[in-house]
Design a protein around this ligand. Structure first.
Ligand SMILES: *[C@@H]1O[C@H](CO)[C@@H](O)[C@H](O)[C@H]1NC(C)=O
Ligand SMILES: *[C@@H]1O[C@H](CO)[C@@H](O)[C@H](O)[C@H]1NC(C)=O
Length: 556
């Protein structure tokens, strides 16, 4: 080709790109950056904004926002209305503020929540029942119970005064004995348990929450809590963490402050995960925590004055179980505040949703970030991050994301306003649900994808036992690249997934061929309820980073 030809074809290509649909153009440029993944719209409106989400073991997702937003776009079931003289916006509201989304049929139905669930928290109990705690106003001491059902008739059951203290922006974690701990919340420098026993029917002070409280803007709400492999709780608030023995109310270890000193909790909302737990049979299991994004000190007050500071582009990674733990800092491809961090079935971390300037809270976020990023914790430090293809729907404050059994990510919410505002605002209230499909769901890799044959979904699994798993792979199997993972379904709100943990189960033997395309692997189930508190988990067989569809297993 001559030089002229080259220039001509280049110009034609540019012209072609110009006339493509705008999202196709995005896909082209992002793919050129090595990105992957696809987006699909599931529902243009579920009637409410997905501010809180919890996947249940029947593949239904309980979603709710708040009762003091005004009228939602879906009515309460059976013509009911809520009459609440204390309600700040509407004293009589016949609309629903919670729905149940059915993943399998892609449908939803309204649920009945009668007291305010705004900015609350929750966790699943060992039998799969969702326990939600707290909220605002008339709902701040309420505990709400949702028992999964297949009939489509189950609904919330509300227990007034289920809590001793009001819990608003608190964090819950399931414990090895089946209770849950509820930590902090606005102006609550303490914790309590649910359910309560005669000896634990009280509130325990937690001075760490006083020490990490910024008197002006808090920055320690929705603390990042993880159950460590030694049974203590790793609690991160503001810019530092402790290891905490909740049974004796003592701080076991104090971790160094993040080197830059910037806050990472609400409203400087970053996110955090406990990285996959491996070598579970070893005598010393290593646990690491990764904290990413947020906004710098002063960003909230600055936002109130109309200056939207750039979000943080850093992640801090710390080995919780080290003798001398230190933060190791890494840089994300882009800055992000209000990003959700999710563990994918193959052990990678997805960072999704949020903005690149401002903070969480009312109208204080700017510059939505539409592209998720994948972080590969085991790669060399220079090749851990990969930018993914962007969505077209922005997900600012009060947005959520959670892993589904089939490996897709359910994404919803976004409402930085005090009401439902669809017009006349920078970032309209978002009632849609969409899904992000990581590239492991691409059909090009179908021949590598395992399919679990046995055990069947909903099987009971004990502790410290050999578990034989049969699966098929239609293409060429590399038995050295097969792992089995277990993921706990988490309660998601405000960019944090409570109770999120992923266990990589130890293989007992080499993967065996059973018959054509059918294989068997034997793994050890987790030894203790400290490693895996009793409850439902998603179990995946992963081959060359491609996960099977998950099955539900019940650890007991
Ligand atoms: C929600 O309801 C309002 C009022 O009826 C309507 O204007 C708006 O279009 C609806 N929005 C969505 C996303 O359904
Ligand atoms: C948002 O919605 C509320 C309640 O409907 C309304 O009073 C307010 O004016 C709206 N805000 C804007 C900017 O339109």
């Amino acid at each position: 080709m001559t030089r002229i030809h080259l220039i001509l074809s280049f110009l034609l290509w540019q012209l072609f790109l110009q006339f493509q649909h705008p999202c196709h153009r995005n896909l082209v440029s992002a793919a050129a950056d090595g990105g992957g993944g696809k987006w699909a719209l599931l529902q243009s409106s579920i009637g409410i904004t997905a501010m809180h989400m919890q996947l249940l073991n029947n593949d239904k997702v309980v979603i709710y926002d708040r009762t003091d937003f005004g009228q939602s776009n879906i009515s309460l079931p059976n013509g009911q209305c809520r009459n609440d003289p204390k309600e700040q916006v509407l004293q009589t509201d016949c609309t629903a503020h919670s729905v149940e989304y059915d993943v399998v049929t892609n449908s939803f139905r309204p649920l009945t929540v009668l007291t305010d669930v705004w900015c609350s928290s929750g966790a699943l109990m060992p039998d799969g029942t969702l326990i939600q705690t707290g909220g605002f106003n008339d709902g701040d001491h309420v505990v709400r119970v949702f028992k999964p059902c297949s009939s489509g008739s189950c609904d919330w059951h509300e227990i007034n005064d289920g809590l001793i203290q009001r819990r608003w922006y608190a964090t819950n974690h399931i414990l090895p004995d089946g209770r849950q701990i509820i930590i902090g919340g606005r102006r609550q420098f303490n914790y309590e348990f649910y359910p309560k026993t005669s000896t634990t029917n009280k509130v325990y002070n937690l001075p760490f929450l006083v020490q990490t409280n910024d008197p002006q803007v808090e920055n320690n709400l929705y603390p990042y809590v993880f159950l460590n492999v030694d049974g203590n709780l790793f609690i991160f608030a503001n810019n530092r963490a402790i290891l905490f023995d909740y049974t004796k109310n003592v701080v076991v270890k104090t971790y160094p402050q993040l080197p830059d000193g910037n806050p990472r909790c609400y409203p400087s909302t970053g996110s955090a995960v406990l990285l996959p737990l491996r070598n579970l049979e070893g005598s010393a299991i290593a646990a690491e925590v990764l904290v990413c994004g947020g906004s710098p000190k002063g960003a909230y007050t600055s936002g109130q004055n109309g200056n939207f500071m750039g979000a943080l582009d850093s992640c801090g990674r710390i080995s919780v179980t080290d003798q001398n733990p230190q933060w190791v800092m890494e840089t994300m491809p882009m800055a992000r505040v209000m990003g959700d961090m999710l563990l994918l079935p193959n052990g990678n971390v997805l960072i999704i949703n949020g903005a690149s300037a401002g903070t969480a809270g009312w109208e204080y976020g700017r510059n939505p970030v539409l592209s998720p990023v994948i972080y590969r914790p085991n790669n060399l430090v220079t090749s851990r991050f990969e930018v993914q293809n962007p969505s077209t729907i922005l997900r600012m404050y009060h947005s959520t994301a959670t892993l589904l059994r089939d490996g897709r990510i359910l994404v919803g919410g976004s409402n930085p306003h005090k009401f439902y505002n669809f017009t006349g605002v920078l970032y309209p209230t978002e009632l849609s649900l969409e899904t992000f499909l990581p590239s492991y769901l691409d059909s090009q890799v179908d021949d590598l994808r395992p399919q679990i044959i046995s055990p069947v979904s909903q099987s009971q699994i004990g502790y410290g036992q050999q578990l034989v798993i049969q699966f098929s792979v239609s293409g060429q199997l590399n038995g050295n690249l097969v792992t089995v993972t277990m993921v706990a379904p988490s309660f998601v709100t405000h960019s944090f997934s409570m109770n999120q943990r992923l266990l990589v189960l130890d293989g007992v033997d080499n993967v065996k061929l059973v018959e054509k395309s059918t294989y068997e692997t034997t793994v050890m189930t987790p030894r203790t309820g400290i490693l895996a508190p009793s409850g439902f988990y998603l179990l995946f067989v992963v081959h060359q980073d491609i996960p099977s569809e998950g099955i539900w297993v019940h650890m007991q």
